[in-house]
Design a protein around this ligand. Sequence first.
Ligand SMILES: [Zn+2]
Length: 287
Amino acid sequence: MPELPEVETIRRQLAPAMQGRRLAGVEVLDARWCEPAPPSEVEDALRGRVVERLSRRGKYLVFELALRGDPSGPTPRGDVYLVMHLRMTGNLLLAPDAPRTRVRFELDSGDSVLFTDVRRFGTGVVLLGRDALDDYFRARLGVEPLSPDFTADALGELGRGRKAPVKAFLLNQERIAGVGNIYADEALFRARIHPLRPMGTLRRPQVAALRDAVVEVLEAGIDSRGATIDDFRNADGAEGAFQDRFLAYGREGEPCVRCGRPIRKLRAAGRGTYVCERCQPRPRPRT
Ligand SMILES: [Zn+2]
């Protein structure tokens, strides 16, 4: 599933082609993408608007749209936002045609941006006005990990008293936005913290190490243009390369790069989880 670095990679690649361009055409080919809103309503709300900015919050990609030119047209004035979640297999491609296309965006430059999605779990929601956008994210997402707000103090405050295993804590989008299964394992390995350790029991230096490790792996993921395990592709169709830099994820049975002990796979937060139990000691049972 695309996590923050994969969505950010798509955003950076599409922004130069989309920003300042008008959506000359929008075609929703799969009504499930925007339900319960009818496709025609979504198409009408987007068509003719100019992409002021392509932005990202957590794993969501946002088309920030404004009216330019004829303000007296049938579309109401004011800002409109298309909030997209790629879910399991969604991709946005800058290409004229691609298999499994669910939504087509035609730009006034002649370029096409296609939302492709094999599993069809990706979604699109149109929100009217900045307040609606802020409300939408406030209800769903916690701190943005690559923002200045994500400090060791902030993480310590968020985690205070939490009994949930640290892996489950990291995956909870309402606490930290954008971290998924791969980047959680990579961050915990780097910070030398066992995934089953209750979040609230981390000591201050561990919280600081975890904060730094989360930022480090997300930035490394962006530098590598994401990780391609199966479906993820860059906007130009190329694969990401971060999977070549994994230290823990997917390395079951391979030697730990630090101590040589085989990486183990276990379950944490309901997900396959990779860990070196020498470098990341198991929490001691409470007596
Ligand atoms: Zn190790």
